[in-house]
Design a protein around this ligand. Sequence first.
Ligand code: NAG
Ligand code: NAG
Ligand code: NAG
Ligand code: NAG
Ligand code: NAG
Ligand code: NAG
Length: 612
Amino acid sequence: MASLVRMVGLAASVAVSSALTIAEVNGNKFLSPYNGQTVANVTGVVTAKGPDGFWIRSTTPDRDARTSESLYVYGAKFATANNITVGDAISVGGNVSEYRSSKDYVYLTELASPTLEEKLSFGNKVKALVIGKDTTGPPTQQFSSLDGGDVFAVPNNVSLVSVANPVLQPKKYGMDFWESLSGELVTVRKPTAINKPNNFGDTWVIGDWKVTGRNGRDGLTQNGDDANPETIIIGSPLDGTANPSTTKLGDSLDEITGIVTQAFGFYRILPTTALKVKKSQKPALPAATKLTSDGKCSGLTFGSYNVENLSPNSTHLPAIAAHLVDSLRSPDLVFLQEVQDDNGPTDDAVVSANLTLSTLAAAIAAIGGPQYAFADVDPVDNQDGGAPGGNIRTAYLYKPALIRLHKPNAGGPLDATAVLPGSSLTFNPGRIDPANAAWTASRKPLVAQWEVLGRKGGSEGTFFTVNVHFGSKGGSSSLQGDARPPVNGGVNNRQAQAELTASFVKSLLARDAHAHIITAGDFNEFISVAPLRAYVSLSGLHDLDAVAGIGPAERYTYLFDMQAQQLDHVFVSDALKRKKAAYEHVHVNTWVDRAAQVSDHDPSVAKLDVCS
Ligand SMILES: *[C@@H]1O[C@H](CO)[C@@H](O)[C@H](O)[C@H]1NC(C)=O
Ligand SMILES: *[C@@H]1O[C@H](CO)[C@@H](O)[C@H](O)[C@H]1NC(C)=O
Ligand SMILES: *[C@@H]1O[C@H](CO)[C@@H](O)[C@H](O)[C@H]1NC(C)=O
Ligand SMILES: *[C@@H]1O[C@H](CO)[C@@H](O)[C@H](O)[C@H]1NC(C)=O
Ligand SMILES: *[C@@H]1O[C@H](CO)[C@@H](O)[C@H](O)[C@H]1NC(C)=O
Ligand SMILES: *[C@@H]1O[C@H](CO)[C@@H](O)[C@H](O)[C@H]1NC(C)=O
């Protein structure tokens, strides 16, 4: 038959090929071998209807797991005009076409401009395939054979699914698995939400199949090159209802039945009706940290929190204050990221954040927290990225009765701080090499040297901090997108930023190999990806998650698509790498629903001995 088809195809591009099975139309790759051709007598039973078309399942399936047995028939009025309903067995002709709404997505195979050739029968029983039972389970490790074994490998985008069009390996690669079920009516048993819904109600889930990286809240944590291909997003219901907007990480849901398709950069299931939450995790909020300050250098606490565009009149400012006091138990020193200037998003010459920081400090004191002092360096207007006019920067809050800046000498926005003999800083606080092109439209790390005050007011020794907020991942492509490996937006900038920050740390350690150095903040990158691998190896610092023995699945501060992931990190020098070094990620934002979320990041808190 294949050769007959090829002959017909050669004869004329508009030639109508003879009857094809749905499996033949789909083929065993991502793109249909009949793309752009007109086909006739494709036969199947209607399994579901949507607003713009319907899906048919083959009455003559093959035994090849790579070829989907179902197909989308696209044509908004076709079903109504022809009285086509679920359970009808029909023969249709049409134009095989590959559709995507953006060049960055993978194509969906569909039958467009359909014509009804024959209605064969009606009232046929339609049964969904149970994923992991009637199919294999989705692969748990890799997305695509084109990723070279690492979905985060650099360089990115060295090939395209739409060009390479590899033969599907559904047992090995997640994209291949879902592609092999394109158009199928499937059931997800015992679904669990692994993120909050997006603005359209689309919700990432796992079913009762085997998964890896499951964390204590039942989300899946990204770990190394395992970025969770065993997940699927549930899109808009086919019956016109809407998915709930309040679903939370770890919610268990009613069983889901729907159609596998590809849209907006992801394989997705369009459920026959809206998702329903059965049960949420308890407790609703994480306990406060167990890490409290000893009030002396042998046990100081350090918080780090990306406070998401905080300005003096931010409605979320009181809730940030409450997190710092109640959930982080008022750390001795707090690394803040995304502090905006005194008039927030107003785009004018204002760059000072004194009002933002003093408003936050006052809100903290007002609920019984400590009287924090603060330190930062104003950026040059609109040169550090983020929302225009916001002038986001990193800043410190600290307890002045316990710690103070050592020989304070604040740098200006363009002053590069350096290490003097005797290990003090030329500018304290000061920024790392701020004129370097690596920081274009990004935050320059804020370095400070601190001394701990003893009971009698004398110094108990000094330590250094570097507060970072590396360039964002904006411009990234979907993990299930056309580009392989996917584009990791800004990865080259972060690589350069990591190298500069590491070389500053090295200059400190060159003066004093025993220096106590804490670098913390929003690195906008995963520990296993090139920029942070370089950072650790060039700086000689240690990942505090590893030092403190936090289980790999519990290392998350952010939810994105199908992952709980860690963008926020703490790294410490040899002198701080001690048995009793402790660290916690406090999931005040990842665990709650979208409306209750105060920032898009979770804060973290560490307890360290900075004197011995
Ligand atoms: C399609 O099926 C109809 C009815 O079975 C038949 O008459 C027609 O010849 C078929 N067309 C092709 C191109 O196979
Ligand atoms: C539409 O199709 C159904 C079978 O699916 C049949 O029972 C019904 O009579 C048809 N209606 C019309 C108007 O043809
Ligand atoms: C079939 O679709 C392709 C695009 O996928 C289009 O170029 C072609 O004109 C269509 N043919 C017919 C007969 O509609
Ligand atoms: C906060 O202040 C800025 C200007 O200072 C203004 O643009 C913004 O609308 C204000 N926001 C609220 C919530 O009042
Ligand atoms: C902000 O506060 C610092 C001291 O904390 C002070 O030196 C500086 O002048 C203040 N800036 C503005 C614009 O008030
Ligand atoms: C990936 O590279 C191709 C060129 O090979 C380019 O057309 C495409 O825009 C790139 N994708 C992304 C997401 O940058």
